[in-house]
Design a protein around this ligand. Structure first.
Ligand SMILES: Nc1nc2c(c(=O)[nH]1)N[C@H]1C(S)=C(S)[C@@H](COP(=O)(O)O)O[C@H]1N2
Ligand SMILES: [Mo]
Length: 386
């Protein structure tokens, strides 16, 4: 499998789908210029001092105003990790170990994965901490290639007592737990039933290129429809257990605390950040020959998106057009033609509605949520039309 073939396949599928991505720019690190005569209507909610891109070595955010293609280039895909990026991982020698409650403990190297049955899928995810602060820049949409986790798990023959699958990264950090200093790997888990879902993959390519180091080379877990924290990078060990895993990133951090009201009763609930909550955000407004276009993106947990609606200055909700390149687990891009806005400042907001009739919440619905995770509230943007 060579990169040039992957690139060509990518271009061909983009062509076949007749999408909005302009071909020459599909995987370019530099963003293309605007269409001739197209100008961006500036957001007035973005301070001049706002600087997306790398923030130290452990974070990179996407400039959502500049999204111009269906797939996010590898160099622009956001980066988050908690214990730094591990050094000294040899792409070809790094091993994935499958252990615990299995009859056949097995090790895999990159070449072993390359020789197994492979597939590709487009999957978008955002960090569970994505928010207005970075204008929702902790998000990306890529075509991942690799093997089904299920195939590897079945080859190791899980014992009937196994209920939990724990995924360990090669990166380690110091934690103080119950007044004890311990060294831990980044780790997350899935219930065995979830781990066996056919879309869960171990990916070693990203947009047809070998997985970059910042994104977990040589291979990472991809759990479509889940927040970023589930997508374990630098995957090195999988263990099957007969009890729940309660590591930091499952049970202490990335835990949402919110009040829940039902039957006149209110109680506090804690839940582990897992499936993506229905969300959408407007990322750009542009003007060309007097026509105004509003552009944005939406994410679901894989549930079909029913509609995106746009509201201007508190008026009636209008239906946006969904980009036809969208797949079940990709992000969903949308556009809306804004008829003749008057000069001056305007407020625009989008809301996503899924096939179950769920509507993206407003900030008031999330009132009382103590932790910052899972902020999927409708996000009003302001622009000045000149
Ligand atoms: N090994 C490892 N995997 C990890 C993390 C980490 O710290 N270590 N961070 C997680 C979090 S919180 C996010 S949001 C995603 C980000 O993936 P990306 O950097 O490829 O965008 O990786 C996840 N996988
Ligand atoms: Mo994250």
């Amino acid at each position: 499998m060579t990169n040039s073939i992957d690139r060509r396949d990518l271009l061909r599928s983009a062509l076949a789908l007749g999408g909005i991505a302009s071909l020459g720019t599909l995987l370019q690190p530099a963003l293309p210029a605007l269409a001739q005569g197209e100008t961006v209507v500036p957001f007035t909610d973005v301070p001049d001092s706002f600087q997306p891109g790398p923030m130290g070595r452990d974070m990179l955010s996407l400039d959502t105003r500049e999204i111009r293609s269906f797939l996010t280039a590898n160099e622009e895909f956001f980066v988050v990790q908690h214990y730094g990026q591990p050094e000294g991982i040899d792409r070809d020698r790094h091993r994935l170990e499958i252990r615990g409650l299995v009859d056949e403990p097995t090790d895999y190297r990159l070449a072993d994965l390359r020789s197994r049955h492979r597939f590709e899928q487009v999957v978008a995810f955002e960090c569970g901490g994505n928010s207005p602060r970075l204008f929702y820049g902790l998000v990306g949409n890529a075509r991942w290639g690799g093997v089904r986790l299920r195939d590897l798990l079945e080859a190791s023959r899980p014992k009937s007592s196994a209920t939990e699958v724990v995924f360990f990264g090669a990166d380690r950090g110091q934690e103080e737990i119950r007044r004890t200093e311990v060294e831990q790997s980044f780790a997350r888990s899935l219930a065995l039933g979830d781990a066996l879902r056919s879309e869960v993959m171990i990916a070693d390519t990203m947009n047809g290129e070998p997985l970059p180091h910042a994104h977990g080379a040589p291979f990472r877990l991809i759990v479509p429809g889940h927040y970023g924290v589930a997508q374990v990078k630098w995957l090195s060990r999988i263990e099957l257990w007969d009890r729940r895993f309660m590591g930091r990133f499952m049970a202490r951090d990335y835990v949402t605390l919110r009040p829940h009201r039902s039957d006149n009763e209110s109680r506090w609930l804690e839940s582990s950040v897992s499936r993506i909550r229905l969300t959408s955000v407007i990322v750009r407004v542009s003007e060309q020959a007097g026509m105004h276009q509003v552009f944005g993106l939406a994410l679901t947990d894989g549930t079909a998106l029913e509609a995106i609606e746009i509201q201007v200055d508190g008026g009636s909700w209008q239906r946006a057009t969904l980009d036809e390149q969208a797949t079940q687990y990709s992000w969903k891009l949308f556009t809306w033609s804004w008829p003749t806005p008057s000069p001056g400042e305007h407020t625009l907001v989008s809301r996503a509605i899924d096939a179950n009739g769920s509507v993206q919440p407003v900030a008031a619905d999330l009132e009382g949520k103590v932790t910052r995770w899972e902020n999927n509230a409708q996000f009003a943007r302001t622009v000045r039309v000149g």
